[in-house]
Design a protein around this ligand. Structure first.
Ligand code: ZN
Length: 171
């Protein structure tokens, strides 16, 4: 066996293990996951979503309609202050956004299924007042029906599930 073949097999095994170890349904169309971390004055949100939950396809955009759908998605996600509303008294403001997806890459590739990973960081003037986030993703992305949220804050850890009728995560 050539060394390059061995390398491919090793990589395939390395990739297969974390995928299998993930809880079932990590890539479920219509669902997404959000991790919320409160650390001092910093509120960090990590979103992991199948693209199908945000737009209605996961292949590289081909038509003008698909290209503009991808652009529109990125524009909405680049305004986290309109998507995530922390307790107003905590006076949080977004300071950074990072988006990662094969569909956003210049030479991206998608083999059937693809995700969008987003990192949104807020800085809060009164972090002690931070008790909840009203998540507006459902109104902006109607394909999204379910959001599994995990919160790690000075008050402990919690997990909850949001839906179009239940958009507030509290802790
Ligand atoms: Zn998919």
């Amino acid at each position: 066996m050539k060394p390059s073949v061995l390398l491919c097999l090793a990589l395939a095994a390395a990739c297969a293990i974390p995928a299998a170890a993930r809880e079932p349904g990590a890539h479920v169309h219509g669902a997404a996951r959000l991790q919320v971390a409160v650390d001092g004055a910093t509120l960090s949100l990590a979103l992991e979503s199948p693209l199908d939950s945000l737009i209605d396809f996961e292949h590289m955009p081909r038509t003008e309609r698909e290209k503009s759908a991808v652009r529109a998605m990125a524009e909405r996600l680049n305004k986290p202050g309109e998507l995530f509303l922390p307790t107003p008294a905590a006076r949080c403001a977004p300071i950074s956004v990072k988006l990662e997806s094969p569909l956003l890459a210049a030479a991206g590739k998608s083999d059937g299924h693809a995700d969008l990973d987003g990192e949104f960081v807020f800085r809060c003037e009164r972090p002690d007042a931070l008790r909840e986030i009203d998540v507006r993703l459902f109104a902006v992305f109607p394909h999204l029906r379910r959001l599994d949220v995990e919160v790690v804050s000075p008050r402990g850890q919690s997990a909850s599930r949001l839906a179009p009728q239940q958009t507030r995560v509290t802790w």
